[in-house]
Design a binder for this molecule. Structure first.
Ligand code: NAD
Length: 475
């Protein structure tokens, strides 16, 4: 397939724009592909095709849409390895983590949304013997804008519920990780969805992303990415009053109480460093009760030093490079800032691992003696960097965790379940994870405050793409 084409109205088409963007493999720093940077004319064509397709697609039966999604799922299963290879080359994610987690999430979301759709009632009475009928209807043409860090996970969390609810759409994947998105578009094509239901335009945020946010015929923007871009999208969308669903950054706290399970610190280190620290809900601030602080710091350093940094195509549980030169430089600058701010660099740092001089590799890095007012405790670093902060009381730990502009995922480690539940209710975030427990399929994912306003996954993920209508006098 030619990566410079767009998918519009059921065909691969030549873009109007001739401008090209390089796709770089972060493990080698080599240009591995080029994509076209779409313009307003390209977007208008895609929107027209989605608008035209909406008429028929929006009134298809639930069973018809389930059949299409099942077909897509079987194609995804068949082309699973191709998807893993695309993700490995565009973002440098190591093989085992890619196949076992990154690519797998696409399949998991397909399975879960199919079962959510099977159980979702699009129509019902307000209450027994009511003449008010409640009807859920697809919102219309959707603009879906995704990041590079969990490329297919984010695409699946938007495209699948949009398809499931009868919406039509234009996907603009991250210009940094477009290869998995192009492959996904091939799968949608192979599944035979009607022309115009799904469209893909490549391009950057300042261009296509802005045109999408402003477009009068796009009824919803579902965006995952930085809080910076989220703010711009809200501004640009304001003239058209479209629905804007935002999944933004995070700065998760991980409270390790003195009575935590034995592996809590080590698990916390593995969690924050996985995906090279490039996860929005990574527990990047570890708060440790002072009575176990010294021991925990030693354990944390020991565990971080055990994590290997290596080439993505190798098998194993090592971490790979960070995604780009820009990200690499941003992370290195923040590590330097942490040192300047007076935090103790306990392990890692700005030097590349000695065996990896080419590629955007960063060693697992830990700062200790951090205070929550330091920039490294406030900014979303988005690399393999952890800050450890001591605390004395339960209330102080809660206050530190909540003292952030974000509110996505927070973590609690204690063997006292009453305490864990009490603290969980006081943490201002869309998710709280106790003792290494994770979200089950169908759970909602999203943030409080500047981590966003959306909820993806499960029935909440379907509802984001639906309007609610009430018809009075139904009977
Ligand atoms: P980014 O904001 O730079 O880019 C994300 C997407 O938005 C890309 O497709 C980009 O082209 C586009 N974009 C950029 N500026 C835009 C604009 N002005 N208008 C419209 N679109 C624009 O983010 P990124 O670096 O690709 O991803 C990392 C960020 O994503 C982190 O902050 C991370 O926390 C966040 N994230 C959040 C979640 C979540 O569910 N909350 C999940 C994954 C990633």
């Amino acid at each position: 397939m030619n990566n410079k084409l767009f998918y519009i109205n059921g065909s691969w088409v030549n873009p109007n724009s001739k401008l090209e963007l390089n796709v770089v493999n972060p493990a080698t720093e080599e240009v591995i592909s080029q994509i076209t940077n779409g313009n307003e004319t390209d977007l208008n064509l895609a929107v027209q095709s989605a608008k035209k397709a909406f008429g028929e697609w929006s009134v298809t039966s639930k069973n018809t849409r389930i059949e299409y999604l099942r077909k897509l799922k079987s194609i995804y299963e068949k082309r699973f390895d191709e998807m893993s290879n695309a993700i490995i080359s565009e973002m440098g994610c190591p093989y085992d983590f890619t196949a076992g987690v990154q690519t797998q999430t696409g399949l998991d979301h397909l399975s879960d949304f199919i079962s959510q759709l099977e159980n979702f009632n699009f129509e019902g009475d307000l209450r027994d013997k009511s003449h008010n009928r409640i009807v859920y209807e697809p919102i219309g043409v959707c603009g879906l804008i995704t990041p590079w860090n969990w490329p297919i996970n984010q695409i699946a969390l938007k495209v699948i519920p949009a398809l499931a609810t009868g919406c039509t759409m234009i996907l603009k994947p991250s210009e940094i990780s477009p290869l998995s998105a192009l492959l996904f578009a091939e799968m949608v094509d192979e599944a035979g969805f009607p022309d115009g239901v799904f469209n893909l335009i490549n391009g950057d945020g300042a261009g296509v992303g802005t045109f999408m946010s402003q477009h009068k015929d796009i009824d919803l923007i579902s965006f995952t990415g930085s809080t910076r871009a989220g703010r711009l999208i809200l501004q640009n969308a304001s003239q058209t009053i479209k629905r804007v669903c935002l999944e933004l950054g995070g700065k998760g706290g991980n409270i390790v109480f003195a009575d935590a399970p034995a592996n809590a610190v080590r698990d916390g280190i593995r969690n924050v460093m996985s995906n090279s620290g490039q996860s929005c809900d990574a527990p990047t601030r570890m708060l440790v009760e002072r009575s176990i602080y010294e021991r925990s710091v030693q354990e944390a350093i020991d565990e971080a030093n055990k994590i290997q940094v290596d080439l993505p195509q190798k098998k194993g549980d090592h971490i790979g490079p960070v995604v780009s030169k820009t990200q690499y430089e941003k992370i290195i600058n923040l590590i330097q800032l942490g040192i300047k701010e007076g935090a103790t660099l306990a392990t890692g740092g700005v030097e590349k691992p000695s065996h990896l001089q080419k590629g955007y590799y960063i060693k697992p890095t830990i700062f200790t003696n951090v205070t929550n007012s330091m920039q490294i405790a406030k900014s979303e670093i988005f690399g393999p960097v952890l800050s450890i902060i001591p605390f004395d009381t339960e209330q102080e730990a809660i206050d530190i965790v909540n003292d952030t502009e974000y509110g996505l995922g927070n973590y609690i480690q204690t063997n006292d379940l009453d305490k864990a539940r009490r603290v969980a209710k006081k943490l201002r975030s869309g998710a709280v994870y106790i003792n290494g427990n994770y979200l089950e399929p169908g759970a909602p994912f999203g943030g409080y405050r500047q981590s966003g306003n959306g909820r993806e996954g499960g029935k909440w993920g379907l509802e984001e793409f639906l309007e609610v209508k009430v018809i009075a006098g139904w009977q």
